[in-house]
Unconditional design. Structure first.
Length: 300
C-alpha cells in the first residue's frame, strides 16, 4: 500500500499545479516533494503527472487518482485536527469513578464548580465502592483509598487518611472503656466490609502494631453507614479522622485508645495511561490536587 504521506504530497502538488508552490506550502525542499511523487508513481505503476520545463499537468490516471484521494485525505486531516484540538482545549466527556464516601454535598459542589469553570466538559459520575476496571468500563479517572493492586494503572497521590477508634457516649454509658487494643474483643463494633459479623482491624501506635479480630451487630460497605450506626450508639467505629474530628470536639463522639489508630491510608487518583493525556483529564487532575476538602488530609 502506498505511503499516506506520499499521497498527501501528490494531492498538494495537484492542487497547486507546481512542485515549488507545494513544497513551500508543506515546508519541504522541492527535491523531497519530487522524490515522494516519483515514489508514489513507482508503487502504483502509473504516471500521475506530466512534467515539462514549462508546465505540470495531471495525466488521466493522475486525475482519477486525485479525485478518489483528495476528499478522504481531507477527512483524515480534519479528524487529525479535531483530535489535536481536544488535546489543546479542555472539552468532551469525562468519566469518573469515586467511592461512596464521595457521595456527599462537598464533592458535588467541587464537581459543580469545575463544570462552571470548564463549560465544554461533561462529567459522567460513577459513585460506587466497586473497583471498576478503568479500561473495560472506558473510565477516564478513578479515586481510590488504600493499597493499589493493579500495577498497570497510573496513580497520583492526592492525600492521606487515618482512622480513629470512636464511640458515642450512649454506647459507652455503663461500659468499661478499652484500655488496650485487646479489650476491643469485649465490645460491640460497627464494621466496614465485615463478614459473618466479624472484621479485622489493623492498628498502629508508633512502631507497635496489632491485628484485632472484632465483631458487631452491623456491617456496611461505606463509611456513611458505619458513621451513622456509630453515632447512634451501636458500637465502636473505626472512622476516618475527617469524619469524626468535629464530633469529637463537640463531645458527640469519644475517641478511644488515642495512642492507636489505623496506619496512614493514601488516596490516589488513578487513570489508564499517562500517554497523550486529554486536556479535560489534566485540568480535572489539577483541580483535584488543588482542592481543599474534608475527605482526606494533605500530604504535607
Amino acid at each position: 500500500m502506498p505511503d499516506l504521506n506520499d499521497i498527501a504530497v501528490f494531492v498538494k502538488v495537484a492542487q497547486y499545479g507546481s512542485f515549488s508552490r507545494a513544497a513551500h506550502s508543506l515546508g519541504m525542499p522541492v527535491s523531497t516533494v519530487s522524490r515522494k511523487v516519483t515514489s508514489l508513481e513507482e508503487q502504483l505503476g502509473v504516471t500521475l503527472l506530466q512534467r515539462t520545463t514549462r508546465k505540470l499537468s495531471l495525466t488521466a490516471q493522475g486525475r482519477a487518482y486525485y479525485d478518489r484521494c483528495s476528499e478522504p485525505l481531507a477527512h483524515l486531516i480534519d479528524a487529525e485536527q479535531a483530535l489535536t484540538e481536544t488535546q489543546r482545549k479542555p472539552e468532551g466527556l469525562l468519566k469518573i469513578s469515586v467511592p461512596v464516601i464521595f457521595g456527599q454535598e462537598v464533592f458535588y459542589e467541587f464537581v459543580s464548580s469545575f463544570l462552571k469553570a470548564y463549560p465544554e466538559i461533561q462529567v459522567d459520575l460513577f459513585v460506587t465502592n466497586l473497583f471498576l476496571d478503568l479500561i473495560a468500563e472506558n473510565i477516564d479517572l478513578g479515586i481510590r483509598f488504600g493499597e493499589l493492586k493493579d500495577s498497570s494503572i497510573v496513580a497520583q497521590r492526592l492525600g492521606k487518611s487515618v482512622r480513629y477508634l470512636v464511640a458515642a457516649p450512649d454506647y459507652l454509658r455503663g461500659r468499661m472503656l478499652p484500655a488496650k487494643p485487646e479489650d476491643l474483643k469485649d465490645h460491640q463494633c460497627v464494621l466496614l466490609n465485615g463478614r459473618n459479623g466479624e472484621a479485622e482491624w489493623h492498628l498502629v501506635s508508633g512502631r507497635k502494631s496489632i491485628d484485632m479480630r472484632v465483631s458487631g451487630p452491623v456491617s456496611s460497605r461505606d463509611f456513611e453507614a458505619v458513621s451513622a450506626f456509630t453515632y447512634r450508639g451501636h458500637g465502636i467505629g473505626l472512622l476516618p479522622s475527617t469524619y469524626c474530628e468535629e464530633e469529637i470536639k463537640r463531645g458527640e463522639l469519644i475517641r478511644l485508645l488515642p495512642d492507636w489508630s489505623s496506619p496512614e491510608i493514601f488516596v490516589h487518583a488513578v487513570y489508564p495511561t499517562r500517554r497523550f493525556l486529554p486536556l479535560r483529564l489534566q485540568v480535572f487532575l489539577d483541580a483535584l490536587k488543588a482542592w481543599k476538602n474534608p475527605l482526606w488530609l494533605p500530604l504535607h
